[in-house]
Design a protein around this ligand. Structure first.
Ligand code: NDP
Length: 343
């Protein structure tokens, strides 16, 4: 049954954050772990990214309850090469290691021109734009890649193998928030199918196949079958690249291994994340990124001169203008579930 306006609860962003912190700490998260996960959840609600907001809190808490995630994990930062840093999340959430790791990555990128970050042994099912945007806000070009669990059939196949494996790219702008695209290599994020199932809505034709390999609009059949890569084999190749970068290359697992290791407590699987940051001013002779950024603006202006276009991340930035004042809404059932978990 579709959700009606009357079934929605309005909350301020501060209430979202407080509810997440309380629920996480009540189930064993340290204050730093809880604060950073709550930051991730709140920024998703602020930017209208519902599938990574409070919707994910019961899953995160489920993994604290099952003992899968170490709530008071202390991430360990190390340097693997002059331009490669690593944060071992020590079996904890990814948000705190990402905060620590992106600070170190930004420093290395400014020193060396280009640098990489490996996050290992971490748990999240969040969006990637927060970490990519954080780097671009500091004038850096950024990439992020993460695996998931086996949900997506390789092009031509019908059995889940790849994760939904998103990648994000962020480009800094003078006096404006960065341009960020953050997209799954599947036709849709899994959370979107779960939200369609929860809200009783059909999914588009090209998102998934059922367990027999037939196209389906039924979100439940899709979740039991396999998601499809976007653009057929082209999205499949991006999913493959993400498996290699955020799995084999950094000594972490592939999505099918994350699935095999997972205890199915409703929370995220343990896996790695890989990031690259580039200082654009170190990519031209003479330094100074101003002219490069100005040049990029001419491209953005050309795009926007065509009717019907927009820049990636514009939708999020628009939501960000109103949610601090107006707050956000979540379904009453989700509110009740989160409220019960946060006591
Ligand atoms: P969408 O298809 O909704 O959007 C992908 C990107 O395209 C966004 O950056 C979006 O910007 C941009 N975009 C959308 N429409 C347009 C347009 N008309 N013109 C220009 N740009 C546009 O996202 P996905 O469903 O692929 O992924 C959703 C999220 O799920 C991502 O944040 C991803 O990181 C996350 N995810 C996380 C996983 C995990 O395990 N941690 C696994 C898989 C996905 P805008 O935001 O402004 O709409």
């Amino acid at each position: 049954m579709a959700i009606q306006e009357a079934d929605l609860v309005r909350m301020s962003l501060d209430e979202v954050h407080a509810m997440a912190v309380k629920g996480l700490m009540q189930h064993g998260a340290s204050s730093e772990q809880a604060r950073t996960v709550a930051d991730t959840i709140t920024s998703a609600e602020r930017d209208g990214c519902k599938s990574h907001g409070l919707f994910r809190l019961p899953g995160y808490i489920g993994s604290l309850k099952s003992g899968k995630i170490t709530g008071d994990a202390v991430p360990v930062l190390s340097e693997l090469a002059p331009a490669v840093v690593k944060v071992d999340a020590a079996n904890g959430f990814a948000s705190l290691p990402l905060e620590i790791g992106t600070n170190a990555l930004a420093e290395k990128a400014r020193e060396q021109g280009i640098a990489a970050l490996a996050i290992t042994n971490s748990y999240h099912f969040a969006a990637l734009w927060p970490e990519a945007e954080r780097l671009a806000e500091q004038g850096l070009v950024a990439f992020a890649f993460v695996t998931a669990k086996s949900y997506v059939a390789p092009a031509g196949g019908i059995k889940p193998l790849y994760g939904t494996n998103p990648m994000a790219f962020a480009w800094p702008r003078e006096g404006k928030p960065p341009i960020v695209f953050d997209q799954a290599s599947s036709a849709s994020a899994r959370g979107e199918i779960m939200i369609h199932e929860r809200d009783g809505k059909p999914i588009p034709n090209d998102w998934a196949i059922d367990s027999e390999g037939n196209p389906t609009n039924d979100p439940t059949a899709a979740l039991a079958g396999a998601q499809l890569p976007f653009g057929g084999y082209k999205g499949g190749s991006i999913a493959l690249m993400v498996e290699l970068l955020a799995g084999a290359m950094i000594g972490d697992v592939f999505s099918f291994e994350a699935t095999a290791n997972d205890v199915r407590d409703g929370g995220p699987p343990k896996r790695g994340e890989f990031m690259i940051a580039i200082d654009p001013s170190r990519c031209v002779a003479g330094g100074g990124a101003i002219s490069q950024l100005a040049h990029a603006e001419t491209l953005f202006a050309e795009i926007l001169s065509q009717e019907g276009t927009r820049l990636p991340s514009d939708r999020r930035y628009l939501a960000r203008e109103s949610t601090p004042e107006e707050g956000i809404t979540i379904p009453q059932s989700l509110y009740d579930e989160c409220a019960a978990l946060s006591g």
